[in-house]
Design a protein around this ligand. Structure first.
Ligand code: GDG
Length: 715
């Protein structure tokens, strides 16, 4: 930090910095961050500072005071922090300039990193302040691995959904290769948030969005155990000092940044309640609350400071005596030795946050108890509670329960203390900060950058157009939804627009060409939308077909199972909000795109079981993207391809295009010289790809114009 003309180096007290220091020391790494207000330094000191930074392999991203206000205090700590800690009344949603600043600063970080990384490098992005960095980096660099770790809780999807920027943030995170969270519960929440906000496919530890799969792992952060187990005369002196100041007292301790998530006012209220109930404790217990100043420019923090001061004053005046007050508030930070002395002299440690990603203080207290005694009272809403199961856990909102638990801690036998503390210490000693960082970075190394779908380069499409237009005769086999028309929120809304009808009419009129629509839709819909055009129509993935102007014929009879299958799916749909059943002439589909993920998954499992029990293998069950379809086995869009080939004595060139799994059946039936086009992302066997429906329609337009040079060659 800059101090006058000089720069002072100070180790950041937080656990994150401690955990990463080890990794940074051993690896060939660069650490990018905000290094404080060095901008104010005179030229000469500034140069020295930059050189020192470079020496330590640190890169500082400069931020102006106004950016710090809007980006750090504003969006990061005024919106994301309270929302992710479930404290909705603290969230300030209205400020759009704060979001703009958040984006600007994230862009700056991404730019600095992108300038530094080499192909194959891994980038580890930390915390909610930099949630847009993965996406911004990915947009510039495909050849790197990106990991993201969130140090705070990922809230339940119902809370996350409140965030106006929920999509932008998730879209960015889902471009990473690995996302790390502290607990299993946060992983569950993250995956469900993604499923409820975006159209993704999920597994227990992965989310697939568009064509990219990101792993979502659980990495509970640990501490530098040796630092808290150290023996040192300075610590002993500090301990003596504390003990002599509180003779014959049981000491209770709280250590927190003065943050409203840490539950300090409720903790004080619970202590007050205990003293009211058991006045004898007034002269036998002493509570020290170390409250470290933090984010003082954010209004909610200034308010908190005032109310904590008031509470301490009130409780002390009510329960204090001329010889002393039961509560002691230290509003400052302390050095390592003093911190350790506080931990080691505390008979009871109160860690009662309303919500906390992990909470390192709990682990530090445990590690510092080399005597194996002492009692940890721990909020069940701290991530640490998932690991520290031998602590006394408590609901911090329940003041009576907190008061009761403190009472229980104060009277716990030394034997029980030691049984619990040994177990806690085993856990903390096993899962260190160093291991945490190594586990994450090793897992990140294991992921490979997933190659982006090879969106066609113009050269590819030129060859395609040349090949199709040069062929003496060609048959176009075109899927409808997602290929010729964008996927609509409701199936009935995908009616063709006039431009599409014109395009199809022109294609159908080309000499030496046939144009087929090969769709999953029922015949009536295709007839209604496209019946007037000179097209071949194929409905229900090839079950029913007709030539231009001819009647419909069926490749299979109405299957005997259909009515019962419809009844079965409708029964399940009634108890699955958002689900809908689409009945076709020879199959039935269960759509669950709009249903809650967890419920829909359970339903699909139940439906599959029931179908297998009822129909055995007389039906085929297809699972598409958020849809399950029950159909007669064996008929697919490939049948349409086979029939076209059989009908022509001279094999025409086939041009097939589609956007989903059922179109892959068509592609797999093509011959070497044919042309297949996938519209949009996803794994495909198609030879060509275009990104969107409008791009595909542009490509079809190009097929209408046989270029002169090709025409000459062909003649
Ligand atoms: C975030 C998440 C998650 C505090 N005062 C002094 C001091 N400290 C040190 C403690 C501890 C650290 O600060 C605080 O860590 P916490 O985990 O308790 O809380 P946050 O700062 O909110 O951290 C949290 C963490 O990230 C890591 O992922 O656990 O849930 O909110 O290490 O010792 N250290 C010294 N003097 C002080 O006065 N030396």
């Amino acid at each position: 930090m800059a101090h006058g003309d000089e720069v002072r180096w100070r180790l950041s007290p937080g656990g994150l910095a401690a955990a990463l220091r080890g990794v940074h020391a051993d690896a060939d790494s660069l650490w990018v961050g905000f290094a404080g207000d060095a901008g104010k330094l005179p030229e000469e000191s500034r140069r020295r500072f930059d050189a020192e930074l470079a020496d330590k392999r640190l890169i500082s991203v400069p931020l102006t005071p106004s950016e710090l206000g809007l980006y750090y205090d504003g969006f990061s700590n005024g919106v994301l922090w309270p929302l992710f800690h479930y404290l909705l009344d603290k969230v300030r949603f209205e400020a759009s300039n704060e979001w703009r600043a958040y984006r600007t600063v994230n862009e700056r970080f991404a730019r600095v990193v992108a300038e530094q990384v080499r192909p194959g490098d891994a980038v580890w992005v930390h915390d909610y302040h930099l949630a847009l960095v993965p996406g911004l980096l990915r947009a510039q660099r495909e050849d790197i691995r990106v990991g993201f770790f969130l140090h705070v809780p990922w809230p339940s999807s119902d809370v996350y959904r409140i965030l106006p920027q929920r999509e932008e943030i998730l879209r960015s995170l889902l471009t990473a290769d690995l996302i790390g969270l502290h607990t299993e519960a946060y992983r569950h929440n993250f995956i469900h948030s993604a499923a409820n906000v975006l159209d993704v496919d999920v597994g227990v530890d992965s989310v697939t969005f568009q064509d990219r799969t990101v792993r979502v792992g659980v990495y509970p952060i640990g501490i530098d155990v040796a630092r808290f187990e150290q023996q040192n005369p300075a610590i002993d002196d500090a301990m003596k000092h504390i003990v002599s100041g509180t003779p014959n007292k049981k000491r209770i301790l709280g250590v927190d940044r003065l943050d409203y998530t840490k539950g300090i006012p409720r903790r004080l209220l619970a202590l007050g309640r205990l003293l009211e109930r058991e006045p004898a404790l007034k002269s036998t217990v002493h509570f020290i609350q170390l409250a470290v100043p933090t984010r003082e420019k954010v209004e909610a923090y200034a308010d908190l400071r005032r109310s904590v001061n008031e509470l301490v004053g009130r409780i002390n005046s009510q329960h204090g005596s001329p010889t002393g007050s039961p509560l002691q508030l230290l509003y400052r930070s302390v050095g390592d030795h003093e911190l350790l002395a506080l931990y080691r002299t505390a008979d009871v440690m109160l860690v009662t946050p309303l919500r906390d990603g992990m909470n390192l203080v709990a682990k530090e207290y445990v590690a510092s108890r080399v005597s194996n005694d002492g009692v940890l009272v721990l909020s069940e809403f701290a991530g640490a509670a998932a690991e520290l199961d031998a602590a006394l856990t408590v609901n911090p909102y329940d003041l009576d329960a907190v008061a009761r638990t403190i009472r229980c801690a104060l009277s716990m036998t030394r034997d029980e203390q030691m049984v619990r503390m040994r177990r806690l210490r085993d856990r903390v000693r096993q899962a260190t900060a160093d291991l945490w960082a190594r586990d994450f970075t090793n897992d990140l190394e294991q992921t490979r950058p997933v190659p982006r779908s090879s969106l066609s380069v113009p050269g590819d499409l030129d060859t395609l157009v040349e090949r199709v237009t040069a062929a003496p005769s060609r048959v176009l086999l075109l899927d409808y939804d997602g290929t010729l028309a964008p996927i609509a929120p409701l199936p009935v809304l995908a009616r063709p627009d006039p431009a599409l009808r014109e395009l199809l009419r022109a294609l159908a009129a080309l000499a030496g060409a046939e144009t087929h629509i090969v769709s999953g839709r029922p015949p009536e819909v295709l007839e209604d939308w496209l019946g007037g055009l000179p097209l071949w129509l194929h409905a229900e993935h090839g079950v029913r077909s007709r030539a231009p102007g001819a009647p419909w014929t069926a490749r299979a009879e109405t299957p005997p199972f259909l009515e019962r299958a419809v009844e079965l799916l409708e029964r399940h749909a009634r108890s699955t909000p958002g689900a809908l059943v689409e009945k076709k002439s020879s199959s039935v589909a269960f759509h669950y795109r709009r249903s809650e993920l967890h419920l829909a998954e359970a339903r699909v499992r139940a439906i599959r079981n029931e179908l297998a029990q009822t129909f055995g293998n007389t039906v085929e069950v297809l699972e598409g993207h958020k849809v399950l379809e029950v159909k007669t086995p064996g008929i697919t869009k490939a049948n349409v391809v086979e029939e076209v080939v059989a009908r022509h004595t001279t094999r025409p060139l086939l041009f097939a295009a589609g956007d989903d799994r059922t179109d892959e059946d068509m592609f797999s039936a093509l011959a070497e010289g044919d042309v297949s086009v996938r519209v949009g992302p996803g794994i495909t066997r198609a030879r060509y790809r275009v990104a969107t429906v409008p791009e595909f329609r542009e490509l079809l337009e190009r097929l209408l114009f046989v270029p002169d040079v090709v025409a000459l060659n062909a003649s």
